[in-house]
Design a protein around this ligand. Sequence first.
Ligand code: PLP
Length: 394
Amino acid sequence: MINENMQRLGSKRSVIRELFEYGNARAEAIGRENVFDFSLGNPSVPAPDLVREEIARLLEELPAQTLHGYTSAAGLPEVRAAVAEYINAAFGVPVSADTVYMTCGAAASLTILLHALCEAGDEFVAITPCFPEYKVFVEGAGGVLKEARADEAFHLDLAALEAAITSQTKAVIVNSPNNPTGVVYDEAELTALATLLQNKSAEYGRPIVLIADEPYRELTYGAQVPYPMAYYANTAVCYSFSKSLSLAGERIGYIAIHPDCAQAKELFAAVCGAGRSLGYVCAPALFQRVCAKCLGQSSDVGAYKENRDLLYRTLTEAGFECVLPEGAFYLFMKSPIPDAVKFCELAKKHELLLVPSDTFGIEGYVRISYCVEKDIIVRSLPAFRKLAGETILL
Ligand code: PLP
């Protein structure tokens, strides 16, 4: 009677959610202030003032029917136009409103786009370590996820990518700034990636799409984040306001397709079809309007930077090996023992909740989400030092 695959997915929580629930149980038992939960990527910085101001203005000015009513399936025309104009002005890519589709966040952007693209036998390449839901989303769309490992510094490894691309590859998914490593891909990397995808598309006689998953675009600490569409025409951007504007619970984002993408019109029609078949039409009306006024804005990145600097300095001084995050709000740290799952269990004894990298597709690292109050980081530092003392010499 029940779809077994869905039952399996629903019964087994993700490792990250599991840890989060464990943290809640520990908080009940020993007090929230004694638990150092670095599991979830839930923004800790408030949304920018402009978000609140726009909500207040819209509540005041718009009649309830307009404010809370359905919008067009693909989103409000004026909001799609504002997104297109913003992309034109900020990145110099002439995206038109005709290929912008408003969604319920990056998860919806990705699932809709994957369903729009995927045909029988299609493969999608992701760069590991990567967001664990890519596998769920790709398989849900009927595709196969292929993994290409990033290089030692967690940047693009072109040789690994080339080896992962086959005649069945429909798309490559990139995510920069990256979850879980905080790495930002630079211009040279995107140029090389574009050349590889052009060559491989020519070799196999079918265009390979670049899917740019961009929920962290504005969250950087000085690094420039090149816009993938400016390097490769067969690109679709899956954007979300969840992290940049701290609106994760409001479920709002968009898909934008490059105007020169192969079959751009048909792909957009397929996006509309996938949105319809998945029941994802008409993204939240109030937040479509709010976000149209906040394009390119971000919450206070300075607060995340303070957390990053404090954590990075303390952990490296304690002897841990860490990747200095250039963006997003995750710190990727090498486990001092080969088994990161075991290391995370040892960390739990100090009430430190860290995510083992196995869940992101590689072994031997942990992810620390530092989108928390600074005070939590300050109070967690002795626990990290103790953990270093216990594990670095093991
Ligand atoms: N992609 C990446 C890389 C993420 O880290 C996340 C959320 O953590 C998502 C997509 C999903 O974002 P959203 O909450 O907008 O659906």
